[in-house]
Design a protein around this ligand. Sequence first.
Ligand code: PLP
Length: 418
Amino acid sequence: MKKTFVNDEKIMEVVRTYPTPFHLYDEAGIRRTARDLLKAFSWNPGFKEYFAVKATPEPAILKILKEEGCGCDCASLTEMMLADRCGFSGSEIMFSSSDTPAEEYLYAYEHDAVINLDDISHIAFLKKILPAFPKKMSCRYNPGGVFTLGESGEGFQVMDTPEDSKFGMTRKQIFEAFRQLKALGVEDFGIHAFLASNTLSDEYYPALAKIIFQLAADLQKETGCHVTFVNLSGGVGIPYRPEDRKNDIFAIGEGVHRVYDEILTNTGMNDVAVYTELGRYMLGSNGCLVTKVLHLKHTYRDYAGVDANSAHLMRPAIYGAYHHITVVGKEHLPHDHVYDITGSLCENNDKLAVQRALPELEEGDLLVIHDTGAHGASMGFNYNGKLRGAGILLCSDGSTKLIRRAETPEDYFRTMIF
Ligand SMILES: *Cc1c(COP(=O)(O)O)cnc(C)c1O
């Protein structure tokens, strides 16, 4: 039986204080996840996790991660401003963006963030807008083709198509980019790559590391550029479905360690720092969405209309993503009713679950939608005049605290000109 970090009693207690719907985050779980990650990579003295801010742009959570020694991975001006306001500075901020506007590069430069270039053409762009080149820079690599791992009877464990991805440079371009950057005064070089999302295999990071470490060795040898860090980026997944396996972060860290020794230590490059930019792995299972059943409707299907909608959790609507749902106080009952769990948007894909077997529902039932801590609230939008919801932190001492208030109609009208 799949569980979240809160039991039913706690949910009932929180609901007495805060109206549904809200995202609830688990401070203890976030700290534990961060500590385990750091421990798993403690063999690498320069290791740093740059939390992918887009996953959960919450000041209270960013501050917790900062206390645990993490930096921030930002992809926009406002994400960098948020990181700045949460106390991150200089090389604690990785700026991994694409199609980047000039003012965002300038902001990154002025705040000494580490710039990760998505394309070789951006070198000429930066020449026009920056007073000088930073000493430390990174380039994003895209090996093209199809990336697969772990063929089994049922297909591949991991499969993604870098070739279709808009991100990163080709091998030829990254060699040329390093040469150009070196001529412009860059001294510390990094390589970044993101090949597959939400992977459920302890072999993803090691396989990715093998590709980037080898590239790092080739680049350093052929261009004379000093590679000082490799960024394995995001992509380590979480078990959204009850039958999914949970990644073993210690096995992942050891797997990367093995490849590091094989390729880098053997070539005398044992000063290379390993960075990660995990979002989902850090926060996904450390958050859930609590919502209440408003209406039950029986037509050609059975529908349970809840007070949350896709503005609180868009992943099911846009990716067909699965989020497990438990019903407070009813988990012991037979799951013999099948529902579409809907929100109130005028879009038929505004469903948080489709054809889901659950216990029989009644008006007022509380549903806990699992694993919404990353790429959940952050994807919220205002379509149909929907307002984004609140965020509550379940603190390590068991107390709760509001970390984001729900939007009000005033927020919705703020940018309108009448
Ligand atoms: C989204 C993103 C991440 C985080 O991805 P997860 O799937 O949450 O691990 C990391 N780096 C970059 C550049 C990203 O765009």
